[in-house]
Design a protein around this ligand. Structure first.
Ligand code: 2AM
Length: 193
């Protein structure tokens, strides 16, 4: 099974982000290059696990449930592109507070999951909310358009809004011709909220 761990936005905040994304979808025009994500696919990935044997899912869940962590706040920040505005593949909204706490939570997950063969990511973790995936293009004018979308996003999205993180979830990702379908399999609560 293809699995990942993610933190979800509380519903009112998710709706605000989704409303902003809807405006950006319109503003990007026919949006040939941007594939905007809908509310069902907006989440903050904590760790992409990839293919995990079905027999290991219970162990993985047990491990995530056993982690001792305290709830914390995340504050939405500005938007940006991975890997860069010149070669963008992902358009995201970042965070201006709570990043170290997300990293701390990931470190705890990785410490526990190492016992069942889940490897640590070698790249530093940058928490983000993917808003759109971008098809590569050779259009020389695209960079200006990407910058413009970013500027608009920072006006349309709830930048500066905070919300509490008190749970994270284990998701299954199924790749279908119509796009990825994510199904929540389990949810893990902070010990101290
Ligand atoms: P994202 O956090 O930028 O959205 C499920 O596929 C989730 O895991 C996605 O939200 C995705 O990126 C994240 N992810 C991280 N690494 C991935 C990889 N190598 N392949 C697929 N998804 C990955």
């Amino acid at each position: 099974m293809r699995l990942f761990l993610a933190v979800d936005l509380p519903l009112p905040m998710l709706q605000q982000v989704a409303d902003g994304v809807e405006e950006l979808r319109k503003s990007a025009g026919s949006g040939r290059q941007f594939r905007w994500l809908g509310t069902d696919n907006l989440h903050i990935t904590l760790k992409f696990l990839g293919e995990v044997e079905e027999s290991q899912v219970n162990q993985l869940s047990g491990c995530c449930a056993s982690i001792e962590w305290s709830g914390f706040g995340l504050k939405l920040g500005g938007s940006g592109y991975f890997p860069s505005v010149n070669r963008p593949r992902v358009f995201w909204q970042g965070f201006s507070a709570g990043i170290d706490e997300m990293r701390g939570l990931l470190a705890r997950v990785e410490r526990c999951a190492a016992g069942i063969g889940v490897l640590k990511d070698s790249r530093p973790y940058t928490p983000h909310l993917t808003l759109a995936r971008i098809k590569p293009s050779k259009d020389g004018n695209a960079v200006a358009a990407f910058r413009q979308i970013q500027k608009e996003a920072d006006d349309l999205l709830p930048v500066g809004s905070s919300f509490p993180v008190t749970t994270f979830s284990l998701y299954q990702s199924q790749l279908t011709p119509a796009g990825a379908v994510y199904t929540r399999l389990d949810t893990f609560l902070a010990r101290i909220i």
